[in-house]
Write a protein that binds this ligand. Structure first.
Ligand SMILES: CC(C)(COP(=O)(O)OP(=O)(O)OC[C@H]1O[C@@H](n2cnc3c(N)ncnc32)[C@H](O)[C@@H]1OP(=O)(O)O)[C@@H](O)C(=O)NCCC(=O)NCCS
Length: 165
């Protein structure tokens, strides 16, 4: 297995991030045709403003990312939400996703103001992703029936999950 390095994402990484997310299809809430640079820059800016955004590089290539935003409003400031994680297809299954979660959680633990809760939503068919999330401490908190409509016209429930720090 070759070496890879993690570092916080910057707004200048938005084009590389966009290219990665367009390739990491499967579980993301947007289809590649719905992703463009203005959207990517807005999403990344949201995470950079008080949240966490980390990339994994192999050489010059971005092979993984995780980001979560700080929930707006004083009463929700202890919450990170809108979590996105994506690993390039050729780099999946090598521990990149697990490393990204470990780094996100470590950074959340030392963030100011303090983070007490991290939220994500995953469609129920992504069982390998759900197992990963559970193994790093996320617990399912509910079930949004028929929320995810797949390309073949079938539906899946979307599962809200949370990790308490
Ligand atoms: C979900 C995702 C981020 C996981 O990243 P990854 O780098 O492949 O995951 P890891 O290699 O760290 O593996 C984590 C665990 O999941 C398991 N796993 C990963 N991919 C798997 C697969 N396709 N099938 C079965 N198990 C899998 C691994 O065995 C590992 O378990 P272990 O550490 O106990 O051995 C990645 O598959 C991905 O980007 N998918 C496309 C985008 C997506 O679906 N994002 C999530 C939206 S909610």
């Amino acid at each position: 297995m070759s070496e890879y390095a993690l570092r916080p994402l910057r707004l200048a990484d938005a084009p590389a991030l966009l290219a990665l997310m367009k390739r990491a299809e499967g579980g993301l809430g947007r289809l590649p045709g719905e992703m463009d640079l203005p959207w990517m820059e807005e999403a990344l800016s949201g995470a950079l403003a008080g949240g966490v955004a980390i990339g994994t590089w192999e050489g010059d290539g971005l092979i993984g990312m995780i980001k979560a935003s700080r929930m707006p409003s004083v009463q929700f400031q202890h919450v990170l939400w809108d979590l996105t994680v994506a690993v390039a297809p050729e780099a999946q299954g090598r521990g990149v996703g697990r490393r990204l979660f470990a780094d996100l959680i470590a950074r959340a633990r030392s963030a100011t103001p303090g983070v007490e809760r991290i939220e994500l939503v995953v469609r129920e068919g992504l069982t390998h992703a759900i197992r990963l999330y559970e193994s790093v401490g996320f617990r399912q908190e509910g079930r949004f029936e028929r929320r995810f409509r797949l390309a073949d016209g079938t539906y899946e429930a979307d599962l809200p999950m949370a990790l308490m720090l």
